[in-house]
Design a protein around this ligand. Structure first.
Ligand code: SF4
Length: 260
């Protein structure tokens, strides 16, 4: 068996140790960056420019969707739960049929569980239907039938997370409340913070902080603003092939050139 000279073995060992040290240092740096991910600086003027471009685009390009024609918190809530993990085109029929059968919170609260599940049949993710039913029963018995308008109070209800709380507060009550769903996260990540890991805990906090930072001053404008962010993510800034050429915020977007 050939013998490896002591000097060669030693230098190989040293090279490996150096490589491991470099790897550890890189990993430590990554962890530190993720843990301390800062909210990117954004001036009032830049936030305002972003909003102006986004809102003008939305007014000219938004889709007519039934849940955009109402401020009824029950109807908004039904639409928001149905839209979780489900495409708009698929939700449209279910939404109309469900509301025909359960037109208000009281009717839904009084329904037998299997009737609710029947109306949800085919839409999938059935925990949403169970949560919606439980929520209707809770609100009718414990909250005088009034769906709260405050995001914190909304989050106390069955099946309501941070996104849905922000959606109901802003879309039903026109409250100045931020929201971040998958579409909004993608837009904010690409435009303002391409360096962060958007799915990490710290990254998600940064995206929520950006969403808060760019909110308009009033609740009424917030309705348009949140709808517009979601619409941009759905129609222009898609996950696979963002259409940067026709994007209203491309001048401000830090990722626009990455997709050319
Ligand atoms: S410029 Fe491109 S990446 Fe940036 S928000 Fe618009 S579509 Fe998305």
């Amino acid at each position: 068996m050939p013998t490896i000279p002591a000097k060669t073995a030693k230098s190989a060992k040293t090279a490996n140790a150096a490589k491991a040290a470099r790897k550890a240092a890189t990993s430590t740096k990554r962890t530190a960056r993720a843990a301390t991910a800062d909210v990117p600086a954004l001036s009032d003027a830049a936030a305002s420019r972003f909003r102006r471009a986004l809102h003008a685009w939305y007014r000219a390009n938004c889709r007519d969707l039934p849940w955009r024609e109402t401020r009824d918190p029950y109807r908004i809530l039904v639409s928001e739960l149905m839209l979780q993990q489900t495409q708009v085109s698929r939700v449209l029929d279910f939404y109309a049929r469900f509301l025909e059968r359960f037109p208000d919170l009281d009717t839904l609260a009084a329904a037998r569980p299997h009737r609710v599940m029947e109306a949800w049949e085919g839409l999938g993710y059935y925990a949403r239907a169970r949560n919606l039913h439980a929520l209707a029963q809770h609100v009718t018995t414990e909250a005088q039938g009034v769906i709260p308008s405050d995001p914190e109070a909304l989050r106390e209800l069955p099946g309501i997370g941070a996104y849905t709380a922000g959606a109901v507060a802003s879309f039903a009550y026109e409250k100045r409340a931020a929201l971040v769903d998958t579409n909004v996260a993608r837009v904010l990540h690409r435009v303002f913070a391409p360096d962060i890991a958007p799915k990490s805990g710290p990254g998600s906090k940064v995206l929520w902080a950006i969403a808060e930072r760019i909110l308009p001053r009033t609740g009424k404008q917030t309705w348009t603003h949140n709808q517009a962010l979601m619409e941009l993510g759905a129609l222009v800034c898609g996950a696979r092939a963002p259409k940067c050429g026709g994007c209203p915020v491309s001048k401000q977007c830090r990722s626009a050139h990455s997709f050319e």
